[in-house]
Design a protein around this ligand. Structure first.
Ligand code: ZN
Length: 289
């Protein structure tokens, strides 16, 4: 795999179908290294992470896309988040030991729903929820696009323990005749169906697209770099503490001498002593340093 941690757009000459292709190596490995994930969990998590990159690329404005599965199985949550600027983070919560026996999506998450949340920068957040019962994540995401956005979409996701790779093709609004739109879509969609996991994980983006669409005039755009980046900060942690209320936080400080918070996404530690906590709840009161 030569296209490590990059996302590329592509278009088909003469049609109104667009595509995105993405591969994660270092970013994926950095994220899964934060916990001891069983192989089946790490692999599924890889699919979520790469799917988040493909969805973020469909945004037409600065913002964040989050894909979150909530389940009743050993895993309670799988969440992946990607900004339009290609910063990626994610988390899995649940009983990882119990999940080690699972293989399928159903084994790992039980009865699950999938929430797709779009947060435009400074705008209203939008959420769509679909059942996660199609057997795999890509089918559920395709269902989401067909239902919520009414855009014919096809997605292929593959992941092993080293690489997570995905490709998305989507019908754009078009002024072409219905017959031509349908014929173009059926053609592209049938070729997409032939893409194998080994090809997704082993071939470069241009090799994959050549293998699929070499007769279809595909234009592949410049690669954009993707990386793991956690958006946590001391200030955001403070805001979260303030929202819990003065009584609770003062109680913790009295008992333990400080409040210590570890970010679930990146393991960064934030500590607040008595003085910090008082400043947090009385921001206007001048303090001596
Ligand atoms: Zn963090």
């Amino acid at each position: 795999m030569t296209d490590q941690d990059t996302l590329q757009r592509f278009l088909f000459d003469g049609t109104d179908i667009r595509g995105e292709i993405s591969s994660l190596v270092t970013s994926y490995q950095t994220i899964v290294a934060q916990q001891k994930y069983p192989d089946a969990v790490a692999t599924l998590f890889g699919e979520f992470l790469v799917a988040a990159t493909l969805l973020s690329a469909t945004l037409k404005f600065p913002g964040i896309v989050t894909i979150q599965a909530t389940g009743t199985g050993p895993l309670k949550t799988i969440m992946a988040e990607c900004t339009q600027g290609n910063k990626l983070r994610g988390i899995v919560r649940g009983d990882l030991e119990a999940a080690a026996k699972g293989r399928s999506l159903k084994d790992l998450l039980g009865n699950a729903t999938l929430a797709i949340t779009i947060e435009p920068e400074g705008g209203e957040r939008y959420q769509g929820i679909v059942p996660l019962d199609a057997g795999n994540l890509s089918k559920c995401l395709e269902f989401y696009f067909n239902q919520s956005e009414q855009l014919a979409t096809q997605i292929k996701l593959s992941s092993d323990l080293k690489t997570a790779s995905g490709v998305l093709v989507q019908q754009m609004p078009s002024r072409q005749s219905r017959e031509k739109i349908d014929a173009d879509w059926q053609h592209v969609s049938a070729l997409m169906d032939t893409l194998k996991p080994g090809e997704q994980l082993g071939l470069s983006h241009s090799e994959q697209l050549f293998r699929l669409f070499h007769e279809d005039g595909v234009r592949l755009f410049e690669p954009q770099h993707l990386n793991f980046f956690c958006s946590c900060s001391r200030q955001r942690t403070e805001q979260a503490l303030v929202s819990l209320g003065a009584t609770e936080i003062r109680g913790i400080v009295e008992e333990q001498g400080k409040v210590s918070i570890t970010c679930e996404f990146c393991e960064e530690q934030y500590e607040f002593d008595t003085q910090h906590v008082e400043e947090m709840f009385n921001p206007d009161k001048p303090t001596l340093h």
